[in-house]
Write a protein that binds this ligand. Sequence first.
Ligand SMILES: Cc1cc2nc3c(=O)[nH]c(=O)nc-3n(C[C@H](O)[C@H](O)[C@H](O)COP(=O)(O)OP(=O)(O)OC[C@H]3O[C@@H](n4cnc5c(N)ncnc54)[C@H](O)[C@@H]3O)c2cc1C
Length: 437
Amino acid sequence: MTATGAVWRNWGRTEQVRPVRVERPASAEAVQRAVLAAAAAGLAIKPVGAGHSFTGIAVAPGVQLDLDDVSGVVDADVAAGRVTLGAGTRLHRLPELLAPYGLALQNMGDIDRQSIAGATSTGTHGTGIGFGGLATQIVSAKLVTGTGELITVSETERPELLPAVRLGLGALGVLVELELQLAPRFVLHAEERPEPLTEVLACWEQRVRGADHFEFYWFPHTEVAMTKTNTRLPGDAPRHPLGKVSRWLDDELLANGVYRGVCALGTAAPGVIPFFARQVEKLQGSRDFADFSPSVFVTNRTVRFREMEYAIPLAAVPEALAEVRALIERKGWRISFPVEVRAAAADDNWLSTAYGRESGYIAVHRYFREDQREYFAAVEDIMRAHDGRPHWGKMHTQDASSLRELYPRFDDFLAVRDELDPERRFRNPYLDRVLGA
Ligand SMILES: Cc1cc2nc3c(=O)[nH]c(=O)nc-3n(C[C@H](O)[C@H](O)[C@H](O)COP(=O)(O)OP(=O)(O)OC[C@H]3O[C@@H](n4cnc5c(N)ncnc54)[C@H](O)[C@@H]3O)c2cc1C
């Protein structure tokens, strides 16, 4: 299907573009034809997932490829725990698609709206020091290169390309299939409680290492960290899910509803934010529940925001967060969104924010109608002083020259790009900035 482009906007309303045309291929061959046709017309071409990146990484001024029809289970090897998915498959469809095989993603981030290729291509991650980001689960990939060739990269076919292709920023080709190493379906026991921030920071590494999945949210203008500790249990462990009312109350009313009020009020009268932050602190009680992993990992995000997230060495988190806290106090800013703090294992994907080091993640958010620039820029300075690597899908200001210093295999990645996309068919302004033209 081909259509002239309407205006496309990303979720965070930070980017928009009117592509020359939109194509919706339903097979690898159709993707090949689309790449060759774009080349003949002298146009760039770019697949878009769910548009949930806050950066311009998915902006497609030339041909925008919508891969919603390249989705679903292509193949499954239940004994090995491996499933091949169409690259456009949305994460929220996975519980249903994987149920017949009794399998699940090893780990997930906060939401499940993304496509599997979009999520892995930007280094999407959850929390848990024993677990890498989603891209670490890829064992093989089929992609269409910039010259229209369909290639397979796997443990046996061109394995040297895997560390680049697993997390390729959409710069190496159009992924059409991804084979994932999954886990047997499992239950997570979730414990969520408010705790004093200073105590959580004092034993940060212990907390991270003592749990399967540990994270916390700190509400600026309060002393409170809402901690979340998830423990993995077998798939047949007893479940006691959150009731519908409790989930609605906590996720919708408190996390989103109160926030919407705070955010809307906050833009008119920023002075009310510390008061509301303390009310949220009082309202957010403890929760204890157990359910299949996707229902525990994933929450609803109905309030639109903008986000910047940096990966820093795990041990640097307490110091960096204390600096962010001091910054907010010094500047007198009124920040209505919590700061999210997570952790992940080191991995070997060349452009992974956790490449070669155990990582702590610090994410700052701002309501989408507020100007985030001053806050994000100042937090970015703190993170850069800790050798921070920015999430590829979240706002940052770094470019190829500074990123090269952060990634020891940066030039090896560029060499793979030269090979797979010699004419820069997949370029866009963001990739020009972070990788060079
Ligand atoms: C509310 C919200 C919550 C979030 N939570 C988290 C979180 O918990 N953890 C985290 O790490 N991130 C999180 N993110 C960021 C998000 O996971 C990433 O930005 C992710 O890339 C979005 O996936 P997408 O499908 O929307 O991809 P898009 O933003 O549409 O695209 C991202 C990139 O992938 C490329 N791409 C898409 N499909 C293909 C393909 N078939 N072949 C090659 N390249 C392709 C695009 O060209 C682009 O370069 C969150 C974002 C939002 C808005």
